[in-house]
Design a protein around this ligand. Structure first.
Ligand code: AMP
Ligand code: MG
Length: 491
């Protein structure tokens, strides 16, 4: 190690790699493919210190070497994970086609994090892909995943984006980049689907025990751990999807390989935030049927959980029929549990305490008014919190005024007060979200080498529930345009 690398030992990596000790069909051992001329584009200092890493003495050159994979940290054990998945309903064998898990880092408070490079070159799972990623989409994942974290929604996070100095061929040659993703793990529903197919039938149980130990050790000794894992993952997913619905997030590609067992949002490909309220909103260019539309997200989560349950059948009971019956009972409780969770969330968005028989209509009436009048979702709740972000004639509409009168009457019940209801609303309703046109605007500049607008936006997105001096710059809906906003998977 030459002199410029002597600080690297002091960064604080604490690797304890457990995944690479699983049965060896679960992954492939290989490293990232070195890149020509890595350069740091953005680095997340607050995340790095949160997980106990200190890069304060690391030069930008060394940062670039580390986060391109050209210089691997001591203690790493690089692998590409194998997994399968239902993509748009069709089962496929997949795996990390362009990602490498560098290792599992243990933070000072004893939390385990996968450190993963995305865009780090071909792997045995690359199929026809080049194993690489492009700068724009990696910065997009960075800003949206960080926004999600600050919106207090469970998510994988982004530690760094490094340009590779190599062109990546898409429709035209583009700047190659590598994103460092930090996740509590990359275990997916699709990983279980993959384990089921192992020749060695004990692999599923081994992987199941591993997952429980890593994520939910409290259920290790329960009466039926497989049933409890199913229940727990279902609860996590219900909470997650409720949060997505709360802020108008549309994941865009809820394939079973993109559903994490940890309950974190994972895979920021074609995701986007809904602006005008329309339950059928879809942004992804390839989602022609609207399978992953805004309002379909809960039922797709349930569908994915069914696939998860199927993978667990052999572990639930030796008697297959009994196992199916037990799993079905849990899956059948999804709808009611989700509805309860959604209802509770909508109560918060509207500052309502307690429950009343007419609440459901009150909530649905507001949503259908927004839908019919093509009104901005986020800003309507801001308006109700007296955040008059713009004079908007739509709120002078008779339909809205009479709805608002009913809402104000309802607000008085259950010993509520204006302070109490506003406090609830402020916790549930962001003032700012990563609006699509704003994201595009800052990415365009970042692609041309100007990171300032990207960083300004990121700063405001750090505190989405608080009014800051620059918040207002990001609250306006997109200027109306003929062209529909579209997102793409091929990133
Ligand atoms: P995603 O749509 O991001 O969930 O990816 C689905 C699958 O395609 C995963 O196995 C990815 O690793 C793989 N993949 C996506 N892009 C590439 C690429 N450029 N090269 C190789 N594999 C890729
Ligand atoms: Mg994926």
């Amino acid at each position: 190690m030459n002199k410029s690398h002597s600080h690297i030992d002091k960064i604080g990596w604490q690797f304890d790699n457990t995944y690479s000790k699983l049965p060896d069909n679960m992954f492939s051992k290989l490293g990232p493919i070195p890149v020509k001329a890595p350069k740091v584009v953005i680095f997340n200092h607050s995340l790095s210190s949160k997980i106990g890493l200190d890069f304060s003495n690391t030069s930008n050159e060394d940062l670039a070497l580390i986060f391109s994979g050209n210089l691997l940290p001591k203690g790493s054990d690089t692998i590409a994970q194998a997994y399968a998945g239902h993509q748009f309903g069709h089962f496929t064998m997949l795996g990390d086609g362009r990602a490498i898990v560098v290792g599992e880092h243990i933070s000072k408070n004893n939390k385990r994090f996968d450190i993963q490079f995305k865009g780090s070159g071909k792997t045995p799972y690359s199929r026809n892909g080049d194993g690489r990623a492009v700068l724009g989409p990696m910065l997009r994942e960075y800003i949206i995943s960080e926004a999600m974290h600050n919106l207090e929604i469970p998510t994988t996070r982004s530690l760094a984006v490094v340009k590779t100095g190599e062109a990546v061929m898409r429709e035209t040659p583009l700047d190659g980049a590598i994103l460092t993703r930090v996740a509590s793990s990359h275990i997916r529903v699709g990983t279980f689907q993959y384990a089921v197919f192992s020749k060695d039938k004990s692999n599923l149980k081994t992987f199941f025990d591993y997952t429980i130990e890593r994520h939910y050790p409290h259920i290790k000794n329960s009466k039926n751990p497989a049933i409890d894992l199913l229940k727990t993952v279902m609860e996590k997913q219900i909470q997650l999807i409720t949060d997505w619905m709360r802020v108008g997030f549309i994941h865009g590609v809820m394939n079973t390989d993109n559903m994490a067992i940890s309950g974190e949002t994972i895979d920021y490909g074609p995701c986007a935030f809904m602006d005008t309220y329309d339950p059928k909103t879809v942004f992804s260019s390839i989602d022609h049927q609207g399978r992953y539309a805004y309002f379909n997200q809960p039922s797709i989560a349930r569908w994915n959980l069914e696939r998860f349950a199927e993978s667990l059948i052999p572990l639930i009971d030796n008697n297959k029929d009994k196992a199916i019956e037990m799993a079905t009972e849990i899956i059948n409780s999804f709808a009611e549990k989700y509805k309860k969770s959604w209802f509770k969330m909508m109560h918060k968005k509207l500052g309502l305490l307690g429950e009343n028989p007419k609440d459901e209509n009150l909530i649905l009436d507001l949503l259908s008014w927004m839908h019919q009048n093509k009104v901005d979702y986020t800003n309507t709740f801001c308006f109700l919190m007296n955040e008059n972000i713009q004079v908007n004639k739509v709120y002078e509409n008779q339909g809205f005024i009479s709805w608002k009168r009913q809402w104000q009457e309802r607000l008085k019940l259950h010993h509520n007060s204006p302070e109490k209801s506003l406090k609830l609303m402020r916790q549930a309703n962001p003032l700012v979200i990563p609006r699509n046109y704003k994201v595009e605007e800052v990415l365009k500049k970042a692609n041309n080498g100007d990171l300032d607008p990207f960083n300004d936006f990121l700063k405001v997105l750090e505190k989405p529930y608080e009014k800051q001096t620059k918040t207002n710059n990001y609250q306006f809906p997109a200027p109306s345009s003929e062209k529909k906003y579209q997102t793409f998977c091929g990133t």
